[in-house]
Design a protein around this ligand. Structure first.
Ligand code: IMP
Length: 198
């Protein structure tokens, strides 16, 4: 089975990528490569930050195929925030609960109308030995709630209802999220490229 290093320490993201790619790939993340340090995410787009992670991650794992994802939530009524700052919305040391609390506060300040339109965005970059091989994008449109519903998933999942559904990603089964998420769509675009490299 070919090996793919996913340049993250976010176990939730890795679980999703491994489930979406299935048996065809042995997916491991930076927990298996603790010496690899990713460069700081200084970009102001998802693509720029995904390139930073893929290039720095692949320099640290010579010869291996490295996939990186940069992703986040955009809320139209907040001018696209939290966007590329999704992981640090409530501050540099914020955790997911802090970020959700900050988002709920910002949405509550806006008042009506609720729910608010928005989307998850994902850019995936494939690299080897510091060179970018392929870049894909995926998104899923939906609505933001001002109160959390459900305990599945991670990050902002409990606040987001994808279009066409009535429940949040915090309630929908992982199998459903993994068929329509921003990450699933970016990976679907990446699959042919991955297949051509095996
Ligand atoms: P990154 O690790 O710099 O790409 O930050 C991604 C951040 O966006 C995460 O920490 C979450 O807050 C948010 N995010 C990305 N994808 C998802 C998702 O599928 N569900 C919920 N939150 C997500």
């Amino acid at each position: 089975m070919p090996q793919l290093v996913f340049a993250t320490s976010n176990a939730h993201k890795t679980e999703e990528v491994a489930a979406i790619l299935g048996e065809a790939w042995q997916v491991e993340d930076l927990r298996a490569h603790p010496g690899v340090l990713l460069d700081e995410e200084t970009g102001d787009t998802f693509e720029a930050n995904a390139i930073i992670k893929a290039v720095s991650g692949s320099r640290g794992t010579p010869g291996l195929l490295v996939l990186a994802d940069d992703s986040g939530l955009e809320v139209d009524a907040l001018g696209g925030a939290p966007g590329v700052r999704s992981a640090r919305y409530a501050g540099e040391t914020a955790d997911a609960a802090d970020n959700r609390a900050k988002l709920k506060t910002e949405l509550a300040k806006l008042g009506q109308p609720t729910p608010f339109s928005g989307r998850f965005q994902c850019c995936m970059v494939l690299a080897r030995d510091g060179k970018v091989l392929h870049i894909t994008h995926g998104s899923v449109e939906g609505r933001l709630l001002t109160e959390e519903v459900g305990a599945c998933g991670f990050g902002y999942d409990a606040l987001f209802i994808p279009d066409g559904f009535t429940e949040t990603f915090g309630v929908l089964p992982a199998e459903t999220k993994n068929q329509l998420s921003h990450r699933a769509r970016a990976l679907a675009e990446m699959k042919d490229q991955l297949a051509s490299l095996t």
